[in-house]
Design a binder for this molecule. Structure first.
Ligand code: GRF
Length: 215
């Protein structure tokens, strides 16, 4: 059997995606080890989840740092010591600077609640509702220096129905997210999916468009 994939998971809040990864590992569906859970918010509920499962947690509170560069440098030093195979952003609400991203090129993943490239940034559900969209979704992408702009690896869509609220979309999105991150990490662990020089390869073939996730 392969060595477990080593993950560092960065959170800012509830941590339900973190929980889905923990559950997949504990159920034997994902051959991975979470080497560190890092939060920029002391009160993130995800820290409680991590501690309950005996994981190492670390708070690097951005408010303690005078600027973004010093926050990024501290995070970078810590992650260089942990040296994970992948840095998994799971509801991590800070923008990481180009220096940080360059230091971990091809190793940072993010999950975003929209069908990228549509609705980058915040409040994606409200904006999709305001625009009368009929379809919305979730994307997991490689992190590059531009916000929510790295190549999309895996995407899932769901319908927006009449009367749906932001909470309805959150619920629909989360249900998919919790399946998608463990699935994608399995592919990385099996080297079915590989990332090199900002390019994605699935079963050795260059991935020219996102994989459509079907639950
Ligand atoms: C998710 O909806 C994710 O797409 C976005 O932040 C949310 C995090 O949720 N980036 P949780 O903290 O994993 O519950």
């Amino acid at each position: 059997m392969r060595e477990p994939l080593r993950l560092a998971i960065l959170i800012s809040g509830n941590g339900s995606n973190l929980q889905s990864i923990i559950d997949a590992i504990e159920a034997g569906r994902l051959n991975a080890k979470i080497s560190a859970v890092i939060s920029n918010e002391r009160k993130a509920y995800g820290l409680v989840r991590a501690t309950r499962h005996g994981l190492n947690t670390w708070v690097i509170a951005h408010r303690d740092y005078p600027d973004r560069d010093q926050f990024d440098a501290t995070l970078q030093n810590y992650l260089e010591a942990v040296n994970p195979d992948y840095i998994v952003l799971a509801g991590f609400m800070r923008i990481l600077g180009p220096g940080f991203i360059h230091a971990f090129e091809d190793r940072i993943l993010n999950i975003h609640p929209s069908l990228l490239p549509a609705y980058k940034g915040l409040h994606t559900h409200q904006r999709a509702l305001d625009n009368g969209e009929k379809e919305h979704g979730v994307s997991i992408h490689l992190v590059t220096a531009e916000l929510d702009d790295g190549p999309v690896i895996l995407q899932a869509s769901y319908p927006i129905e009449a009367g749906d609220t932001v909470q309805d979309l959150e619920r629909k999105g989360h249900r998919l997210e919790h399946l998608m991150y463990p699935q994608l990490l399995c592919w990385l662990g099996d080297e079915k999916l590989t990332i090199k020089g900002g390019q994605l390869f699935y079963e050795q073939a260059l991935l020219e468009k996102p994989i459509q996730y079907r639950p």
